[in-house]
Design a protein around this ligand. Structure first.
Ligand code: AMP
Ligand code: MG
Length: 417
């Protein structure tokens, strides 16, 4: 059956469900989705406090102040963050105050040091019991109001929020040491092929290192899953069966290899025994053959069979496995971020499939430029190393011409664009 990328995505996502919740320390929740509403049981800040280092005053006492005629107030105390002043600012008085200190009773404004004559007084060794205010202050000046950040009872973080450092900070400021989040999927990774050896084994003739397990496991981690590495399955029913048994306690199984003509039947047979399996010809390049099924006793574990070619397995991972992981994690935005860029070479696309061309995206003024990374063979893994994006060359167009605008899926944003 030949289907489009979108059809395959939709079909797969139809079988994927949001996982259950777990409670754990907030620092371990980075990138996960809240499984509960967070309401504020207290307000933040808990009291009016100073936004500046300066003097807490009554605004009326500063009326008419200027450099030429300072309003001189008597300094009755000091207040710092963590050591509030118990004194009351009455008429003609001020309290020296530091940022974050609670506003003393009676005061209604804070005059920053720069608008007082403190430096002049210090330089001339005048006593610190008085301060000259050089500018009039309005009521509320430099005061952070109680509850201005978070009001009591407000729903600060709704269920479904992705926890970034800012949200983790809000949880901490509300005194939460743990949070209830959607748990991360455990995803088994199985490489298949008689030619594969582990990375620490020297290569004999005809053998290659199993690299896909590592790219796939790294991708799983990158998008929030927990990889479980099953190693290498041989091209035999027995070996595959044994390995697949080990995957049955995970949330998803990813295999790579064995979906092209050569070993097609065997993988198909093994997986068909385990549940239901579909082999699709997806209209995309690289990565045409793709297997999808549900395995396990109650057919509850999704299995995605990626092609063995290193580039194909990564590109199909981005299109099909990434959204599945994000959905399991409870995320709503499943689409890969894209930019529109001007392609810098002709790219022909004769066979009618959607082509995902590895490109380097750079910014030139207001435009993004996309330069293909060179040879695009699906075994050339360094083409992925050079790329920061995948340019989408639409199906059935014959290709694009240099200067055309193409949509590019961004693989990373680490270069500033
Ligand atoms: P297959 O889909 O099994 O026919 O594999 C297609 C190509 O990808 C062959 O050249 C394989 O040697 C290669 N290949 C398959 N699995 C891996 C792997 N885990 N690591 C590196 N290359 C692989
Ligand atoms: Mg193979």
């Amino acid at each position: 059956m030949a289907i489009s990328v979108e059809q395959a995505q939709e079909e797969i996502l139809g079988y994927i469900h949001v996982l259950g919740p777990e409670r754990k320390p907030i620092l371990e929740c980075l990138g996960q989705v809240l499984a509960e509403d967070i309401h504020a049981e207290s307000e933040i800040p808990p009291w009016d406090n100073s936004a500046m280092d300066g003097y807490a005053v009554r605004a009326v006492d500063t009326r008419g102040a200027s450099e030429a005629s300072p309003r001189v107030l008597s300094v009755i105390d000091e207040a710092a963050a963590g050591s509030p002043s118990q004194a009351r600012v009455a008429r003609g008085m001020a309290i020296r105050i530091m940022t974050g200190a609670p506003l003393p009773a009676g005061a209604d404004a804070v005059v920053q040091f720069e608008h007082t004559d403190e430096q002049i007084r210090r330089a001339s060794m005048e006593d610190a019991s008085h301060i000259g205010i050089l500018r009039p202050a309005k009521k509320g000046l430099n005061i952070r109001n109680r509850g201005e950040d978070i009001a009591v009872g407000s729903r600060v973080l709704p269920r479904g929020t992705v926890l970034r450092p800012a949200e983790i900070g809000v949880l901490a400021s509300l005194g939460h040491s743990t949070a209830r989040v959607v748990r991360r999927p455990v995803i088994s990774v199985l490489a298949t092929g008689d030619e594969l050896v582990d990375i620490d084994v020297p290569l004999a003739p005809g053998k290659i290192h199993n690299s896909n397990t590592y790219t796939i496991a790294a991708e799983i981690t990158r998008y929030g899953g927990i990889p479980r590495i099953l190693g290498i399955g041989r091209d035999s029913m027995e070996s595959l069966n044994e390995k697949i048994d080990e995957s049955l306690s995970s949330d998803m199984l990813i295999t790579c290899g064995g979906v092209s003509r050569g070993d097609y039947d065997m993988v198909k047979n093994v997986l068909a025994q385990r549940g239901q399996i579909n082999f699709w010809t997806v209209h995309m390049k690289p990565g045409k053959p793709l297997a999808f099924g549900m395995i396990g006793r109650d057919r509850s574990i999704p299995h995605l069979g990626l092609p063995g070619n290193p580039v194909s397995s990564m590109v199909t991972f981005e299109q099909f496995v990434r959204p599945a992981i994000l959905k399991m994690l409870g995320k709503e935005n499943l689409a890969k971020p894209t930019v529109l860029a001007i392609i810098q070479r002709d790219v022909t696309n004769r066979d009618g499939r959607r082509e995902l061309v590895r490109v380097t995206v750079t910014r030139h003024g207001r435009e993004y430029h996309a330069v293909p990374t060179g040879p695009q063979g699906s075994g050339i893994l360094t083409s992925m190393v050079k790329a920061n994006g995948l340019a989408i060359i639409p199906e059935d167009t014959g290709g694009v011409k240099k200067g055309d605008v193409v949509r590019v899926q961004m693989l990373d944003w680490s270069r500033s664009l």
